[in-house]
Design a protein around this ligand. Sequence first.
Ligand SMILES: Cc1cc2nc3c(=O)[nH]c(=O)nc-3n(C[C@H](O)[C@H](O)[C@H](O)COP(=O)(O)O)c2cc1C
Length: 200
Amino acid sequence: MKNINITRKISQGMYVLTTNGGGCIVDAVSQVSAGDNPLIAVSVMKKNYTNELLKKNDKFALSVIGKEVNPEIIKTFGFNSMRDINKFENTQVREVDGLKVINDSLGYMVCEIIDSIDNETHTLFIGKLIEADIFKEEKEEMTYAYYQEHKEELLKVTTEKGKTAWVCIVCGYVYYGEELPEDFKCPICGVDRTNFKKKE
Ligand SMILES: Cc1cc2nc3c(=O)[nH]c(=O)nc-3n(C[C@H](O)[C@H](O)[C@H](O)COP(=O)(O)O)c2cc1C
């Protein structure tokens, strides 16, 4: 492939994907049909706890993240696993159809899972929209491109002084060490070592 980075030009949004028992940040969401109950697909990494949960559940919700979201939501849901922390402990939510949706969002979509497709690393869950609402009509959604452009200030990536750090330009994960291992892959978002920027 001459340059796979062209895939970054596919426009995507930012969402909190929730299901019974957990949830995580996703950008890999797409509307795949129209009508009163459109189909919405979301791709979830197999290593994520949310993937395990979705396989046991029949519904998911997507809360749409706005540009003015409290960045703690992105940090809590995007850089932690529900295996380790209770992401809902400090997050205000409301219950819709038995699922938690994020109050600090522009609105939500609840989908009934009708199919799923697995590859080696991800599962594509396909859902039929069954409930939706708008909380903040006039506010702008955060796109994945906006997140990429502003993530340093949003996430305030700080590295420890006196240590050589490598920061993932995709998700902000920090690796400490003089050199990145040859076959290094970001443990959070999976990109390879060419996506890390050195900070001294
Ligand atoms: C900006 C951003 C976008 C992400 N997009 C996805 C995505 O589309 N699919 C996915 O499976 N994980 C995505 N992630 C990673 C998960 O949110 C992350 O691995 C999370 O910690 C998983 O939590 P869990 O183990 O509780 O499911 C994204 C993270 C960030 C910060």
